[in-house]
Design a protein around this ligand. Structure first.
Ligand SMILES: [Fe+2]
Ligand SMILES: [Fe+2]
Length: 220
């Protein structure tokens, strides 16, 4: 695996710059503005415990679909968001369906959901107040999608060739697209200066959260 192939922008987040530079490098790479680079030790641990990772991944996809449905429930007055979230919920459930197919083909069974400390810590950063809360929800969702894109890409690049590797390459691209969707939604409802300032802060906090969490065979 060549970790250098996955790069993280070090420059100050500039939302306008970001939009023009958010692009697919090639089919096996993703680009995000994340400020913490996942370590090779995490990738190695996941590859040694791929069955456990698949179970956690399935739960994450199901929660992502639930999050999209929850956005629809909270913002029925925002048709642009509702249409995008309806598509996203379906796409996340398609991911879920693919992951459980891999789990069952390996003769494993699903387990009850566990608390996701990473998501919990990010949610604790959400501000109160209708507008601030809405912007934070969009930006935190974007960051979660970006982290998924980064980690699925790292796994795919480190894996032996095969169906599962192909799946992780595809899903990395899909999660990167979701990251873009949430940033574009933020741009639709908020001004670039507010987005830039808040996104920078949340990215810094997300980096601290990632550093503080133990390495285990989970997405986060
Ligand atoms: Fe997904
Ligand atoms: Fe996603």
């Amino acid at each position: 695996m060549d970790l250098k192939r996955f790069f993280i922008h070090k420059r100050k987040t500039d939302f306008r710059h970001f939009l023009t530079n958010f692009r697919k490098i090639n089919e096996n790479e993703v680009v995000t503005l994340l400020k913490y680079e996942t370590k090779k030790t995490w990738v190695d641990h996941v590859l040694k415990n791929i069955d456990a990772f698949l179970l956690d991944h399935a739960a994450a996809e199901k929660k992502a679909a639930g999050m999209a449905i929850s956005m629809i429930s909270h913002y029925p007055d925002k048709p642009h968001l509702v249409k995008i979230m309806a598509n996203l919920a379906i796409e996340e459930m398609c991911h879920y369906r693919s992951v459980i197919a891999f789990i069952y083909s390996r003769q494993k069974q699903l387990k009850s959901d566990q608390k996701d400390e990473y998501i919990h810590a990010l949610h604790a950063l959400m501000r109160k107040g209708t507008e601030a809360y809405f912007l934070d929800r969009l930006l935190i969702a974007a960051i979660v999608e970006a982290r998924g894109a980064e980690r699925f890409s790292l796994i795919a690049n480190a894996m032996e060739k095969g169906k599962l590797q192909k799946f992780y390459h595809q899903i990395a691209q899909s999660e990167q697209h979701h990251y873009q969707l949430f940033i574009e939604l933020a741009q639709f409802y908020f001004n670039p200066t507010d987005i830039d300032k808040r996104l920078n802060y949340l990215l810094q906090e997300e980096a601290k959260i990632c550093k503080s969490l133990p390495i285990h065979a989970k997405l986060h």
